[in-house]
Design a protein around this ligand. Structure first.
Ligand SMILES: Cc1cc2nc3c(=O)[nH]c(=O)nc-3n(C[C@H](O)[C@H](O)[C@H](O)COP(=O)(O)OP(=O)(O)OC[C@H]3O[C@@H](n4cnc5c(N)ncnc54)[C@H](O)[C@@H]3O)c2cc1C
Length: 342
């Protein structure tokens, strides 16, 4: 049977965006369907790329490998789009306790950590304006991925090319044949579902996150900061501050409780004026074991989800892994294989 495409994709958050670019770059014909549903994670994601689990001061899952692949992928994509959305930026951790400060110093003695961490506030003079009773440390290889810009550029290009349809796809719209899958006249040997938190499946845990956009006159940070929450400078003394984690009532949108929680953290950090410009919420597609969820659901369908709170860091590796699977039949790494939850 002759197919119109090589791969159909449902969902164009960060997963669908990065996957479609990866597949198209390898010469595959891709068609995307996306509905821009309320609560989607990528619409609110701050885009912080941080290879350290700060609660425990340990590298996140396969951090060095993921960082190298993510950096190369987004830089290459910037060249392709002639745009800028990947911004290396240090992250300063303000130690909340003497124990955390001690742990950080201890980790610095190990080679793996000394490449990622440094002691002290780094070279951003504005950090001196924030309270640091137990000192501070820098996570060196961090970045900010400007997800709204990336998604906007991708949307414009793919709509123009006729390879993106803004529509919702119901299960009844997907026709499976012995040769592949068909959606409204578009057919391919494989359909990859990148529907984030909207695709209920074994092992997937939707987690609501809320954040605030705030202006803090008098504070002009050049680094990202973490102390109970993340602070990302976006210019003009304005910051994205977040995010909360909530496992109940995940589709509620922004809540007063979330706002109060964030304001409490912010006022501990900054005693000057804090003007709230925006309050946002979205739902993370997290996995029970905090690993991505990839792989075949049946003969002609696969899934790419479970990016949790590290989508920007993990998506390029996941997409490259799926490409190998789709084009060369490479087996899915058991650590991320969707089959681990069945
Ligand atoms: C508050 C918050 C802050 C975050 N901060 C960061 C951060 O700083 N750094 C970071 O790396 N990650 C962060 N994340 C996590 C990041 O947002 C996610 O890992 C990532 O965006 C998940 O992307 P996704 O494409 O899997 O899902 P989504 O972005 O939710 O995309 C799914 C898409 O599928 C579409 N869709 C679903 N079903 C259908 C259907 N039937 N038909 C058509 N379309 C459909 C939806 O409309 C949506 O566009 C944050 C998340 C939240 C909520």
């Amino acid at each position: 049977m002759l197919h119109t495409h090589d791969v159909l994709i449902i969902g164009r958050g960060l997963a669908g965006t990065v996957l479609s670019e990866t597949l198209a770059d390898a010469g595959l014909r891709v068609m995307i369907f996306d509905a821009q549903l309320p609560g989607r994670a990528s619409a609110v994601a701050t885009g912080i790329v941080n290879p350290i689990v700060l609660r425990r001061t340990v590298p996140s899952w396969r951090a060095s490998e993921m960082l190298a692949i993510a950096g190369a992928f987004y830089r290459e994509l910037e060249l392709d789009y002639e745009a800028s959305f990947w911004h290396p930026m240090p992250l300063v951790e303000l130690f909340p306790t003497a124990q955390e400060a001690g742990l950080w110093h201890m980790r610095m003695k190990e080679e793996e950590f000394s490449r990622l961490l440094a002691v002290g506030p780094g070279d951003d003079p504005a950090i001196a304006q924030l309270p640091q009773p137990y000192g501070s440390g820098v996570v060196k290889r961090c970045a900010w991925l400007d997800i709204p810009t990336l998604l906007r550029l991708h949307r414009e290009r793919w709509i123009k090319a006729g390879a993106l349809e803004a529509r919702s796809v119901r299960d009844a719209d997907v026709r499976t044949t012995s040769e592949g899958v068909e959606i409204d006249g578009h057919s391919a040997p494989i359909l990859i579902r990148c529907a984030g938190p909207f695709q209920p499946m074994e092992g997937l845990v939707p987690v609501r996150g809320e954040g605030l956009t705030v202006r803090m006159p008098g504070l002009a940070l050049r680094s990202m900061v973490h102390r109970g929450l993340f602070l990302l400078p976006v210019g003009d003394e304005t910051y994205r501050a977040g995010a909360t984690f909530a496992w109940d009532d995940v589709w509620s949108g922004p809540t007063q409780k979330g706002r109060d929680h964030l304001m409490d953290k912010l006022t501990r950090l900054w005693s000057g004026e804090i003007e709230v410009l925006d309050h946002w919420a979205g739902v993370r597609p997290a996995a029970q074991d905090r690993r991505p969820i990839l792989g075949r659901m049946n003969g002609h369908e696969a899934v790419f989800t479970g990016l949790g709170s590290r989508g920007a860091l993990l998506a390029p590796w996941c997409a490259a892994h799926l490409l190998e699977h789709v084009t060369k039949g490479a087996s899915i790494d058991p650590e991320v294989n969707a089959a681990r939850f069945r």
